[in-house]
Design a binder for this molecule. Sequence first.
Ligand code: FES
Ligand SMILES: [Fe+2]
Length: 432
Amino acid sequence: MLTREENERLTRVGRGTAMGELMRRFWLPFLLTTDLSEPDGPPVRVTLLSERLLAFCDTSGRIGLIDRACAHRCADLFFGRNEENGLRCTYHGWKYDVDGKCLDMPTEDAESSFKENIKLTAYPVRERAGILWTYMGPKEQTPELPEFEWARVPDGHRFTSWNFEQNNFVQAIDGGIDTVHSVFLHSTLDSHRRLDEWQQQGKRDGDARIVHRVRTNPPKLVAKDTDYGVLIGGKYRGREGTDYWRYNNFFMPFYTMPPGGGSGLSKKIAHAFVPIDDENCMRWVFTWNFEQPLSAKEIAEMRAGASVHVEFIPGTHYPARNISNDYLIDREAQKTLTFTGIKGIGEQDFSVQEGMGKIVDRTREHLGSSDIGIVAMRRRLLKAAADLQEGVAPYAALHGDVYHIRSAELVLPADAQWDENENLKAAMTATW
Ligand code: FES
Ligand SMILES: [Fe+2]
């Protein structure tokens, strides 16, 4: 539970808010390069941290991220003409380059110097890992890009997608590090019947995840602050003398990484939940294989919504199954097949996260022992925001190498130190 004031501080991201200023100290992924690949192509609306921006690719292939409102009388530059290395407002023809500089002002005398004084807000753009990143904070504090393994593997090893999620970003992070929910929200009834039988029969061999992670074996949670964010351990009762541990990571300021990530141990997933405004976020999914390229079949399946990617309304970043159609919940399937009756892991997550409302009222929560990681993440964010107000910049923003780790799952001896042991170190060390 948080107080009303804490919840406000945690969730508001506009300029001048505590959390908004913290977010402005980090690079933000805001589009795929393929969203904006064509010189002089259509500009793309981008809203980040409640600022209405516009991305465009000019004639020379340079990418700009500028204020969406024309400096003259605030017309929407989305409707502008993308022409000859600049974007021209369709209202009265003022024209801007990728740095926001006003290049032309046909409503004034040719000799007028008025245009020299006109500059739109423009944010720097970097391209990395097929993603466009921007930084909206003070220039002299420019951070490092996070050195995630998914950002460093060769391009063929990675598949990335993003979708609109219609709730505050912290709600999405809450879900992203919540190890307990999967055996409910993402489960099928059949597999659970089968697993419970296996357990009763004492069959504990094979896939550690499948054997230990069942509803009858709730984990004990522990969490600790780290350089990069919060390490969360979920301890599941194991066979005699052992525990099965799942490590979820929260990375400052909005990344999560669960252990595992699909068939094959070298395949991993991670998320970013980038605040669009107080009530919406971009949900990014990064799937990567650190040993080998992803196959064409795997990529085609993810494009169609496999794993935690989503099925889109064609040509958009909106999920086809969304809150406006109740995620196409199938009540019959819910009775007979799956816990939710909703198709898609992402969509199952949205049904609970968006279903809470845009900004959940955290004064009404009753947090239990399974929420220890979530409490630690929220405290970490609030503390970092308060520190920044005291003049202490977030460490992770200036040290991209702290992101160079993986999440892990391990069977450990019952007396092992959960957060420091050789097995964990080996499993969490990224190679790329
Ligand atoms: S509002 Fe854009 S040129 Fe007038
Ligand atoms: Fe989930």
